[in-house]
Design a protein around this ligand. Structure first.
Ligand code: S1T
Ligand code: MG
Length: 543
């Protein structure tokens, strides 16, 4: 078979279900094979950042591989930020880039789309992927593909595959997936013994679930483990949305000074904090009211388990959770879990709309019509998402890039077939909101809640004196029709409720609800975050 077909079959065998991409002359030959073979459906979008975000979200939501196909140079380098985001947030994204053929690379001419040297691109991707390969030898290609895809799944990080354009159709053997890695059973048992002993000794143990629990498809197992151990569960900020479909004793999301005081207190006073797949980063821990001594916690991340001052190597999360379940007898330690109260019952009146109203309106909508998967961007919309009922959520909660959520919402619907809710600020919409123009041809119909405060409001909370945070008031709702959807601008809570009801009732076209929010009106969570950061900074100044 052709080398590209061998690669596509291998991607499918490793869990990929589709490809997002934009071709170019270095990629036309392999895009033709993608289209002709139809081994994986292809969704082309309008700008490579959107391709990367959509593919990332498709992989995240389904605990599978996301695949982004681009041309060499202008295409691949245009997608660097999206791949960096996937790397930081441990999303298993496969980057397929067309590349110069072996012959033309030796022509002695500088090639179009080339930056410094012909290898510059792969060197740039070395910094944001865990494995890279250039498929320039058909005999080696099956093994190289097997290794790079195994690395993507094992590390849950992006990988880079460059296809020289004169190689895509050469004859190639099929790819044999690598066998699963061997686990050192004795080390695993010793690690499990020590964890269980620590948890048994703790007076107030807490389990914090992080993104790896989703990346390795362990939500149901972790919920079961928490019930058996009688452990209350919180998610990290990045892990928001985890366990929403699982029967877990979930008490809320840990956000330090920005979170609910009872959740913050429970985590920060715990003498047995078990961090399962949690990325130890500033957005998860920098705003702790009382600094958590991470040396006193149990941390399972990146295939290692650290207990106190020592680390067990090569302990994959799935193996750890499976062995814990084997060792912990079934039986439910049911205990009262007072879940985070979520705002409900939007008052439909002529009052202006606040982010808290949006959360209440969405909770009312989900109560009436069922939960919807959500994609949120950076900005106050992400803080507002914390006041929405637990539901599947994809968001750049750590790397914090803007522009993620509209393409990510399209990736969600492509991957799951479910209609997503997209939460986006006006600044972020200006970056990649135009990808909505691709909904019509693929039959996607997300509901988009655009928080239009004509401002980079989140930056204003940090630096209120800067006028550059004032954006002009764009007429986003009016632009929807030209992109194949329906748009409405709302100013009052009555109009918001009516617009949501209308959007839910309208299928087959994206629904853009442009919500006008007066500048300076913040969600309660962002207000707590800003007040908390100021309080912590004031403490540091005094100290
Ligand atoms: N560029 C990109 C690609 N990502 C970013 N995160 C930033 C710049 C910096 C940045 C923020 S928050 C923010 C910017 C520019 C403003 C967001 O404005 P909008 O989408 O309208 O949302 P809201 O008005 O709710 O703030 C983070 C802190 O780095
Ligand atoms: Mg804004």
């Amino acid at each position: 078979m052709k080398l590209t077909e061998s690669l596509l079959h291998a991607l499918k065998a490793h869990g990929a279900t589709r490809i997002f991409g934009i071709p170019g002359d270095f990629a036309l030959p392999f895009f033709r094979i993608i289209e002709d073979s139809n081994i994986l459906p292809l969704h082309t979008l309008s700008h490579e950042p959107g391709v990367g975000f959509a593919a990332d979200a498709a992989g995240r939501i389904n605990c599978s591989l996301g695949v982004a196909a681009v041309t060499y140079g202008a295409g691949a380098l245009n997608m660097v930020n999206a791949v960096a985001s996937a790397y930081a947030e441990k999303s298993p994204l496969v980057v397929l880039s067309g590349g110069p053929g072996n012959g033309e690379s030796r022509s002695g001419l500088l090639l179009h789309h080339q930056a410094k040297t012909l290898d510059s691109q792969s060197r740039i991707f070395e910094e944001i992927t865990c494995a890279q390969v250039r498929l320039d030898d058909a005999a080696r290609a099956p093994s190289e593909i097997a290794h790079v895809l195994a690395s993507c799944r094992h590390n849950s990080r992006p990988v880079y595959i460059e296809l020289p354009r004169d190689m895509v159709a050469v004859d190639c053997q099929s790819v044999e997936a690598l066998p699963p890695e061997k686990i050192d059973d004795e080390a695993l048992d010793a690690c499990v013994d020590e964890i269980l002993e620590r948890l048994a000794r703790a007076k107030a143990p807490v389990l914090m679930a992080g993104v790896e629990v989703r990346r390795f498809a362990l939500e149901k197992q972790v919920a079961e483990l928490a019930r058996r151990l009688g452990l209350p569960v919180v998610t990290s900020f990045m892990g928001r949305g985890l366990l929403a479909e699982a029967d877990a004793p979930l008490v809320g999301t840990y956000m330090g000074v920005a979170g609910l005081p009872e959740v913050t207190q429970r985590v920060e006073s715990s003498d047995g904090l078990f961090l399962l797949g949690v990325i130890v980063c500033d957005t998860n821990f920098a705003v702790s009211e009382k600094a958590i001594d991470l040396r006193k916690t149990i941390q399972a991340l990146d295939g290692r388990v650290t207990v106190g001052y020592h680390t067990y190597m090569q302990i994959p999360l799935a193996a750890l959770v499976a062995r814990l379940l084997e060792r912990v007898p079934t039986g439910e330690h049911r205990f009262a879990v007072n879940r985070q109260p979520f705002p409900r019952g939007l008052v439909a009146d002529a009052a202006a709309i606040s982010p808290n109203d949006i959360a209440a309106a969405v909770n009312d909508l989900m109560a009436a019509h069922g939960r919807m998967p959500m994609a949120s961007d950076v900005g106050d919309c992400l803080f507002t998402a914390m006041d929405i009922e637990h539901t599947a959520l994809v968001a750049p909660g750590y790397y914090a890039t803007m522009g993620f959520c509209v393409p990510a919402g399209l990736g969600l619907q492509a991957e799951t077939g479910q209609r997503p809710l997209i939460l986006v600020g006006d600044g972020a919409f200006q970056m990649t909101g135009w990808e909505l123009g691709n909904c019509h041809r693929y039959g996607w119909d997300p509901i988009v809640l655009l928080f239009n405060n004509a401002s980079w409001e989140m930056l204003r909370t940090f630096q209120p004196e800067s006028k550059f945070n004032n954006l002009d008031e764009w007429g986003f709702a009016q632009m929807a029709a030209g992109m194949g959807g329906d748009g409405v601008r709302v100013h009052t809570r009555t109009q918001l409720k009516a617009a949501l009801d209308q959007a839910v009732a309208t299928r087959g076209r994206f629904q853009l609800i442009e919500i006008m929010i007066p500048r300076g009106i913040l969600s309660q969570t962002l207000e707590r975050f800003v007040a908390g950061v100021k309080r912590l900074n004031a403490k540091q100044v005094v100290a």
